[in-house]
Design a protein around this ligand. Structure first.
Ligand SMILES: *[C@@H]1O[C@H](CO)[C@@H](O)[C@H](O)[C@H]1NC(C)=O
Ligand SMILES: *[C@@H]1O[C@H](CO)[C@@H](O)[C@H](O)[C@H]1NC(C)=O
Length: 278
């Protein structure tokens, strides 16, 4: 055998060996899982290979594969896909490629795991809304519901609200009850300002949830907020007046009584004194 032949054989062995390492130790990731909350969307997976790195790519029905630098050749096992999934009606599929952690070790056909398809309009979970509660009149409560901001953006980069995305399909369901009772009533409305008639002098509690009519789904119900009881229609000024009035009346009565007593005493003095002098 010539030295050239030996070199070729050695090279072949190295190549074969290298190929074995890449092929055998790198495997497809498993358990790909989407989580999406108010259109903030993350892909997670489980690693099956040590010393592996991952690259994530995603495409819509009619779009090409896209990847982003933050999810290219990464060691972590999740990727924030939000910026790449801004078309809420599109149906996205993602792939996770398993690569060698060593950048110089190029893998020709990396093992690929494919996600289930996802359409965010129906798949994203909707959070609970925030609201403020006012009671300016004793017979009416006023709820001010805040619009929920999402991770989807207009082309000018301002964020869209759930209302911007779902339009008239979004409604608020307000549930309310007298504090301490179990009977509940509800009111469903498109408005962010909600007026509800209440009985005077009773504490009412309110909670709000978001309801989407199409695609049909509910968000969780918010924590309850309760009105403060106002026992009377009159304000602080009225009570101040009553107290001042009572004080004035009392002092007048006391003043008059003292005067009368003094006068009586003086009278009896003039009656008794002459007798004493005499
Ligand atoms: C969003 O995706 C849908 C479904 O693939 C497509 O018909 C529509 O043109 C896309 N919209 C934009 C703005 O790309
Ligand atoms: C009710 O009270 C809130 C806050 O105190 C105020 O902003 C609002 O203008 C009031 N509304 C009416 C109708 O008085």
């Amino acid at each position: 055998m010539g030295s050239a032949a030996i070199a070729t054989l050695a090279l072949a062995i190295v190549c074969f060996h290298g190929g074995l390492i890449s092929g055998a130790s790198l495997q497809r990731v498993t358990n790909l899982k989407w989580t999406s909350f108010n259109f903030h969307t993350t892909l997670q997976w489980e690693s099956t290979s040590k010393e592996a790195a991952y690259t994530v790519r995603v495409r819509g029905i009619q779009t090409d594969w896209k990847r982003k630098p933050e999810c290219t050749h990464i060691q972590s096992t999740s990727c924030d896909m939000t910026s790449m999934m801004q078309n809420v009606t599109d149906r996205y599929v993602a792939e996770v490629l398993t690569l060698s952690a060593d950048l110089t070790d190029e893998v020709e056909e990396p093992p690929v795991a494919e996600s289930t398809p996802i359409q965010l309009l129906s798949a994203t979970e909707i959070g609970e809304p925030n609201f403020k509660l006012f009671q300016n009149s004793s017979r009416e409560a006023r709820l001010l519901i805040e619009g929920t901001v999402t991770s989807i953006r207009f082309s000018n980069n301002t964020p869209k609200t759930l209302r911007d995305i779902y339009g008239p399909n979004l409604q608020y369901k307000v549930t309310y009850w007298k504090d301490g009772t179990s009977g509940k009533r509800d009111k469903t409305t498109h408005n962010q300002v909600v007026l509800i008639k209440v009985d005077e002098g009773v504490t009412y509690c309110f909670s709000v949830e978001i309801k989407i009519n199409s695609p049909y789904k509910y968000g969780p119900r918010s924590q309850a907020k309760c009105t403060k009881v106002q026992n009377s229609e009159y304000g602080l000024g009225f009570y101040a007046l009553i107290i001042i009035g009572t004080l004035v009346a009392l002092s007048v009565i006391i003043g008059v009584t003292v005067c009368l007593c003094r006068r009586k005493a003086a009278h009896s003095n003039t009656e008794t004194n002459p007798l004493k002098v005499a």
